[in-house]
Design a protein around this ligand. Structure first.
Ligand code: NAG
Ligand code: NAG
Ligand code: NAG
Ligand code: NAG
Ligand code: NAG
Ligand code: NAG
Ligand code: NAG
Ligand code: NAG
Ligand code: NAG
Ligand code: NAG
Ligand code: NAG
Ligand code: NAG
Length: 618
């Protein structure tokens, strides 16, 4: 009997489940909620038709961006963030900084949203509500657990009514720290209302002006549930209201579960506040651009869970202590733009470290061969220090390396051929050192190479194997010369190999002797992708093989060219006519050439020209 009761209960439950799941499929929205959404749409401007599926005859649960509860049919989520496109900053992989909003919504935000009483999730980020404040009635959407209004163009005072959203787990307003161009005109005078969000886990208020919200830290400290805090570029002031001087600042952080803390770009000054080092659960800490000074504090070693540490653009100094080794969970470490010096101690054996940036510091030692113990590295930037000696060939052991920057140092060896066994290499920068000897022909093994910067060295030859690196976009091999008498050791007899570089955009071979590479122009003309050409002081000769002045008809295929620098060459007496066909040209440098006579009328065709240098022509 017991068994059959259990069986019928089971059957009943199964039927109920079946019924409710079939309701799932057919869930239709409430008429009142559909009407509320229609009213909401009416007040919006939607030039890109993102809400074109929001039509009366269609169940609103099927509208783009609308999510209904499977059980109740109520609208519970609105996903209305605009898609974006991230534009990489040419040649510098880490600055992927321009974010373009693809199809923003704008206009007004109707109060009708209040009728969506079950709304738990509202994402209006990355739209363009420029000129209007965040509606204070959002404070009455009491079911909200997720509210994302970041990068949406809202302006003015953030309404304190948001403090009534006591179920909120995520609040994101303002901008994002990762984008340089991101701005926000939001302001908070007093952050007290935030204390009402007693369940808040993730707080993002980057780029909200908190300069007068002097109690920000005390308020945040009343919310122990916090796991993420993003307060980048908030004009926070740590000093003025903790006026007991540098060391007496005792504060205990109650948000001890915090895993992400971003306080970058606030210009705190002086010492890194000690309470930060008590947050032992931290996995990500960004204190960049704050003008902190002094040596790395010992308490830093307590943060053994750290995976990402960014202390770049401060005034930290001293050497890297052995104890750094305790941070052996690090995936990325950025100490760029400080005043660190001494030996590279304590950074070895980090088996997870994928990105290390020690650029723009005062390191002046030899490059240690222990670098090769960082076998997980993908990106290594040691540029703009005073490292000297040779590039250790053991660097080839870092077999996943994609980005290596050693430029602006005092390295004076040859380029070890082992470097080019790094088959995943995308970026190699070693400009402005004293490197000598040939560029090894093994460079041709780096078929993923996109960015090669070896200019301003004392290299002796360029191998034709370079032509096998067909992904190259950026090649800089020259050095700056100021007069023709500056003889260059670097000579290229034939540029034919370059023809294969069909992705090349930037070519700088200034100062390389191309006097015997008589086909230079024909070769370059087979690379229509070129955008910038720098061939100053290359001993180029245009005349000899192009039979005199006016008969020279040539059509330039590189029609996207914006920069052409042919200064310091003997190119005949008449400016070649094809140059005036380069209608995208913004910068033209023909100084120190042999051209003579009046300015040609065709110069007027270069309507994009911003910089024209014809000085010291004859
Ligand atoms: C929203 O609710 C209010 C009060 O319940 C009601 O008066 C109003 O008509 C509703 N609006 C819509 C669009 O349903
Ligand atoms: C509703 O059910 C579908 C299908 O089972 C599922 O994919 C979806 O995530 C559910 N939606 C919610 C809000 O739970
Ligand atoms: C945002 O809207 C303002 C005014 O409505 C307009 O001037 C601006 O160009 C828009 N920005 C974008 C990115 O659409
Ligand atoms: C808020 O939206 C932005 C842009 O859509 C997104 O990048 C960010 O991760 C969101 N914030 C949170 C906490 O989900
Ligand atoms: C928050 O809600 C309470 C109760 O509904 C209400 O009395 C109060 O005015 C609201 N406060 C704000 C700031 O909206
Ligand atoms: C931030 O707010 C303060 C106080 O209102 C104001 O003086 C300051 O100019 C604001 N900063 C910016 C960058 O708008
Ligand atoms: C922080 O926690 C301490 C002890 O755990 C408690 O005494 C204090 O009131 C808390 N501070 C705040 C601002 O909640
Ligand atoms: C770091 O750990 C040491 C040793 O356990 C301890 O004495 C010190 O107070 C800790 N620092 C902080 C800021 O909690
Ligand atoms: C580090 O900087 C501080 C202040 O900026 C200075 O007093 C100290 O001498 C510097 N230390 C070293 C090792 O350069
Ligand atoms: C790094 O690891 C090697 C071998 O795994 C070990 O011999 C060496 O002592 C370690 N170095 C440090 C500084 O821990
Ligand atoms: C690298 O290139 C050289 C010369 O071009 C060639 O002999 C060698 O086999 C290549 N090595 C690898 C690992 O591909
Ligand atoms: C410059 O423009 C004029 C008028 O459009 C045209 O006749 C001439 O061919 C152009 N010159 C060059 C070099 O393209």
């Amino acid at each position: 009997m017991g068994g059959s009761t259990h069986f019928s209960v089971f059957l009943l439950v199964a039927i109920i489940l079946l019924c409710s799941s079939s309701k799932t499929v057919n869930a239709t929205c409430y008429a009142s909620e559909k009407q509320a959404l229609m009213d909401f749409k009416k007040d919006l401007e939607d030039p890109f038709g993102r809400l074109s599926s929001w039509i009366h005859d269609v169940d609103c649960c099927k509208w783009e961006g609308v999510v209904c509860s499977n059980r109740s049919g109520r609208v519970i989520q609105l996903h209305l963030q605009s898609p974006v496109r991230v534009i990489g900053y040419f040649g510098v992989p880490e600055f992927q900084d321009e974010i373009v909003v693809e199809s923003p919504l704008s206009g007004k935000i109707s109060h009708s949203l209040k009728n969506l009483t079950h709304l738990r999730y509202l994402d209006l980020s990355q739209n363009n509500f420029s000129g209007i404040p965040i509606p204070s009635f959002f404070g009455s959407l009491r079911s909200l657990r997720y509210l994302n209004l970041s990068r949406a163009g809202f302006q003015g005072m953030v309404p304190y009514q948001l403090g009534n959203l006591s179920s909120l787990r995520t609040l994101s307003i303002g901008g994002q720290s990762s984008s340089l161009r991101d701005v926000s005109d939001l302001q908070v005078d007093n952050l007290q209302w935030l204390a009402g969000l007693s369940n808040l886990e993730r707080l993002g208020m980057s780029r909200v002006n908190l300069s007068t919200a002097s109690n920000w830290l005390e308020v945040i400290n009343t919310i122990p549930s916090l796991v993420e805090i993003h307060l980048s570029s908030c004009q926070l002031d740590l000093i003025s209201h903790h006026h007991h001087g540098r060391d007496a600042f005792v504060f205990h952080a109650n948000f001890s579960s915090l895993t992400v803390l971003d306080l970058s770009r606030n210009f705190f000054g002086h010492l890194i506040p000690r309470w930060i080092f008590g947050l032992t659960a931290l996995a990500s800490l960004d204190l960049s651009e704050n003008w902190f000074e002094g040596p790395l504090p010992r308490d830093l070693w307590n943060l053994t869970s750290l995976k990402h540490l960014d202390l770049s653009t401060n005034q930290l100094n001293g050497s890297l202590p052995d104890e750094l080794i305790h941070l052996n969970n690090l995936i990325s470490l950025n100490l760029r733009w400080n005043q660190f010096e001494g030996f590279l101690e304590g950074i070895w054996n980090w088996s997870s470290l994928a990105s290390l940036d020690l650029s723009v510091n005062n390191f002046a030692t030899f490059l240690p061969s222990q670098l090769s113990t960082l076998t997980a590295l993908i990106s290594l930037n040691l540029g703009a220090n005073q490292f000297r000696g040779s590039i250790p060939s053991s660097i080839a052991n870092i077999s996943n390396l994609q980005h290596l920057d050693l430029s602006f140092n005092n390295l004076n060896s040859s380029l070890p051929s082992e470097v080019f066994t790094l088959k995943d290499l995308i970026t190699l920068g070693a400009s402005r050192n004293h490197l000598n000897g040939p560029i090894p022909s093994t460079v041709g093994n780096c078929t993923k190479l996109e960015h090669l910067a070896l200019s301003h060295n004392a290299l002796s030859s360029i191998p034709s194997n370079l032509g096998r690196c067909t992904k190259l976009k950026y090649v800089s091999l020259g050095r700056q010369y100021s007069s023709l008498s500056d003889a260059s050791a670097l000579q290229v007899d034939n540029l034919q190999w370059m023809v294969g570089l069909s992705n090349l955009e930037h070519l700088d071979m200034s100062g390389v002797n191309l006097s015997t590479a008589s086909n230079w122009l024909e070769v370059i003309n087979m690379i229509p992708s070129l955008v910038e050409i720098y061939l100053s002081y290359c001993q180029l000769d245009l005349i000899s093989h192009h039979l005199g002045r006016d008969t020279f008809v040539f059509h330039a295929n590189f029609s996207s060219l914006t920069v052409l620098d042919l200064s310091g060459n003997f190119l005949g007496y008449v400016i070649p006519r094809w140059i005036f066909g380069l209608s995208a040209l913004a910068s033209l440098d023909l100084s120190f050439t042999s051209f003579e006579g009046p300015l040609p009328r065709d110069l007027r065709n270069l309507t994009s020209l911003k910089l024209l240098d014809l000085s010291s022509t004859i």
